[in-house]
Ligand binder design. Structure first.
Ligand code: FAD
Length: 359
């Protein structure tokens, strides 16, 4: 950070689907176009997490509801879009609506301009980046989860002689041909990665709980019901739960094929990592060349730590998208708005409240 401070009404942190939706509504709601905002995005290119996902990832939610406000997909779906296709759509979105994105700009810290111990939040917020500080009256945080892959701590990990990687660093199964791969994680990514890796080499699937697989398609009513359950949790200030605990694992064609091959019989979580594999509590050992942690992500919110948004129940209590503890801060792409379907309405609400608060 340099000594420069630039004033702006609203800083949107993160330029993925959530940040772009917020920018769209901030620029358009009300009778007068209103542009006093900036989007700061740490990624090297447009597309948010979609530019980084592994090769086989597809946007699986129903195409009819899965798009951002104001811009239909430019061509009919030839099947669910891939990561690069979603990223291209988001790049087009930025261009079409002249979204004021600066990248790559990583926000390091958001804090009170006039911090007084114990004082209630009131004045401006300072948003520190490597190249300057922004002073804003409101912050819409839309930083997603991709930047914070989660790996559990398991005894012996440091001594493992093979390769360990998180799903965030995985690309395609061919790189593992001939290796024995232990895939850890009972969510959609664990099932999907194990399904495709098991088609080219030996795998073992390990999950903490017995996996619950379900039909791939969701009705609109089911999606709304899941979103409501997550919203209720967040409104109570409880920590987020994994998506799969609400939805089960989608039985995509590749997952179904792997089940039929017998490749998705899950074993319980091992107790220890050894130099050449893993061991279970009953003494069973398994040799492994690769351990692939498909153990999910956490919200990338460390830069908000100075604002102490987390409440006594361990989560950030939101009223809609607004942080209950600090009305200057909205969280988008968090909890109930963490999908392309649900972010639309949440972004409209965040923009409406931010504008009302600033007028
Ligand atoms: P991201 O797309 O992660 O964008 C956040 C942006 O913020 C990134 O560009 C990042 O660089 C930036 N950033 C992070 N920290 C900072 C910082 N400190 N300062 C500045 N910038 C920062 N949802 C669906 O609706 N349908 C699906 O089919 C679907 N499939 C998914 C498959 C996978 C494998 C994953 C991981 C998610 C999937 N999701 C799906 C969920 C969700 O839609 C995506 O994760 C989506 O990318 C979230 O958008 P976002 O804008 O909230 O966050």
């Amino acid at each position: 950070m340099t000594g420069d401070v630039t004033d702006v009404d609203t800083v949107i942190i993160g330029g993925g689907q959530a940040g772009l939706s917020a920018a769209y509504f901030l620029a358009r709601r009300g009778s007068v176009p209103w542009r006093d905002h900036v989007v700061l995005d740490a990624s090297p290119a447009p597309g948010g997490a979609w530019q980084h996902v592994w090769r086989s990832v597809r946007l699986v939610s129903p195409p009819a509801y899965t798009r951002l406000p104001g811009l239909p997909w430019s061509r009919p779906f030839q099947g669910p879009p891939s990561g690069p296709e979603v990223a291209a759509y988001l790049a087009e979105y930025e261009k079409r609506f002249a979204v004021p994105v600066l990248r790559p700009v990583r926000v390091r810290r958001v804090h009170d301009a006039e911090a007084a111990p114990g004082a209630k939040p009131h004045g401006a917020l300072l948003v520190d980046t490597d190249e300057r500080t922004w002073r804003a009256r409101a912050v819409i945080n839309a930083t997603g989860t991709w930047d914070r892959p989660f790996v559990p701590v398991v005894p012996g990990m440091a001594e493992f002689g093979g390769r360990m990687l998180h799903a965030a660093d995985y690309d395609a199964p061919e790189e593992f041909t001939g290796a024995h791969v232990v895939v850890v994680g009972g969510g959609n990514s664990g099932a999907q990665i194990c399904a495709e890796v098991s088609a080219v080499t030996d795998t073992t699937w390990v999950t903490r709980r017995p996996p619950q697989l379900r039909d791939a398609s969701f009705s609109e009513a089911e999606l709304v019901a899941v979103t409501d359950q997550v919203a209720q949790r967040v409104a109570r200030g409880l920590p987020l739960r994994s998506v799969v605990s609400y939805t089960g694992i989608a039985r995509t064609p590749a997952v179904r094929a792997a089940e039929e091959r017998g490749a998705l019989t899950a074993r319980p979580m091992f107790q220890r990592v050894t130099p050449d594999g893993v061991t279970w509590a009953d003494g069973t050992r398994l040799r492994a060349d690769v351990i692939l942690w498909a153990t999910g992500f956490r919200p990338a919110l460390t830069h908000l730590a100075p604002l102490r948004l987390r409440g006594p129940l361990g989560g950030i209590r939101l009223v809609g998208t607004r942080a209950d503890h600090d009305p200057r801060v909205h969280l988008l792409g968090y909890g109930p708005s963490a999908s392309m379907i649900s972010v639309h309405r949440a972004a409209a609400r965040a923009a409406r409240e931010v504008r009302a608060g600033l007028s």
